[in-house]
Ligand binder design. Structure first.
Ligand code: AN7
Length: 349
């Protein structure tokens, strides 16, 4: 029976016999070969579909670790700031093991599905008049002063858990890919994947390392601009972050891997989002950023010397997280009378 990422990758994770493992059987997500993207780019493109985690995002990999370690320590309350997915994941894992969960979210800028998740799992949800960066600053200050566990990716156990995404990819491909494309918000996940690829090579499981290709949204691209963005904007609310916590380690991942971190526009993100959906893969807008990114770099000729290479894109969250943006981009269904003739006419038969 599959028991989640901690049991599967125990030897690579800081747990011991006394760690109470809190799991919802996260991980073990599909790596989907994209024929259409592969044909267009001329390389092998794979989609690591993290939307199929228990709460619908990659955050569950980090949360199983952070919550298990919080339990081991005897914590009673956890807290995070979130653009949505971290709060949904924290709320679910806290609910499973009876911890109190407090989340600060930016007022009005979190996708409906994520808000619903945090609320239904009985977290204390507080929308603050400010953005994610303001919320994270508050959470840092509060958790430093009071006996509350911080479960944002500043918590090193989050990164430890998230690095298992890289392990699964290498296990599936029987090697590391040549490129790994990933959205960058608070920059925890690019940090985690790079750590995972390095750990797997050090353990002799793989021989090579990928180039890390990180993509921010153009209106929220502090790492690309090399300065804090005071008022980040993007329709991809998951990565609407102006001062990433893991900024330095994201730069290290970029430079050590000889990769890059660049921006894609909201138009490019929506176009990639619709394109993925058109091949049956529903991922939230932030998750489409790496796909938009590799299409942009393909147009610029970046991949022309890498024939036969593999690119893995992490699709970080499920499309159902943000139903409003889907409807907004495709419109409403037609409404007809309950009449066969009308239906056939509409279908064109
Ligand atoms: C779908 O939930 O920051 O660069 O508070 O939800 O590791 O931050 C979410 C981030 C990409 C960016 N894709 O990852 C939060 C939060 C999705 C996300 C990211 C997020 P990081």
């Amino acid at each position: 029976m599959y028991k989640g990422i901690i049991e599967r990758y125990r030897q690579f994770l800081p747990v011991n016999d006394k760690t109470p493992i809190v799991t919802l059987c996260e991980g073990n997500t599909p790596l989907i070969f994209s024929e259409s993207l592969s044909n267009e780019i001329g390389l092998k493109i794979y989609l690591k579909y993290e939307g199929l985690n228990p709460t619908g995002s990659f955050k569950d990999r980090g949360m199983t670790m952070a919550i298990s370690k919080a339990k081991e320590k005897g914590a009673t309350t956890i807290m995070c700031a979130s653009t949505g997915n971290t709060s949904a994941s924290a709320a679910a894992y806290a609910a499973q093991c009876g911890l109190k969960c407090v989340v600060l979210i930016p007022d009005g800028n979190i996708a409906l599905g994520k808000l619903a998740q945090a609320m239904i799992h009985n977290a204390k949800v507080i929308a603050i008049r400010g953005n994610f960066d303001d919320a994270l600053n508050l959470v840092k200050t509060i958790t430093e002063k009071y006996p509350i566990e911080l479960v944002n990716s500043l918590n090193p156990f989050r990164i430890e858990g998230q690095k298992t995404g890289a392990f699964e990819i290498c296990d599936s491909l029987k090697a590391a890919p040549e490129f790994h494309a990933i959205p960058v918000g608070n920059a925890g996940n690019i940090t985690a994947y790079w750590k995972g690829y390095q750990a797997y090579r050090a353990a002799g499981q793989t021989k090579t390392l990928p180039k890390m290709l990180g993509f921010q949204a153009a209106g929220s691209a502090p790492i690309v601009l090399n300065r804090i963005v005071e008022k980040p904007e993007t329709i991809a609310t998951a990565i609407r972050i102006g001062n990433p916590a893991s900024w330095k380690s994201a730069l290290a991942a970029r430079d050590e891997s000889q990769g890059l971190i660049d921006a894609v526009t909201d138009e490019e993100i929506i176009s990639a989002y619709k394109r993925l959906a058109a091949e049956g893969v529903f991922a939230e807008p932030a998750s489409a950023a790496p796909v938009a990114g590799i299409l942009k770099y393909h147009r610029q000729g970046y991949f022309k010397d890498f024939k036969g290479a593999r690119i893995v894109c992490t699709l970080t969250g499920h499309g159902l997280k943000d139903p409003n943006i889907a409807i907004k981009n495709v419109g409403q269904p037609v409404t007809l009378n309950a009449d066969i003739a009308e239906i056939l006419q509409e279908v064109g038969i």
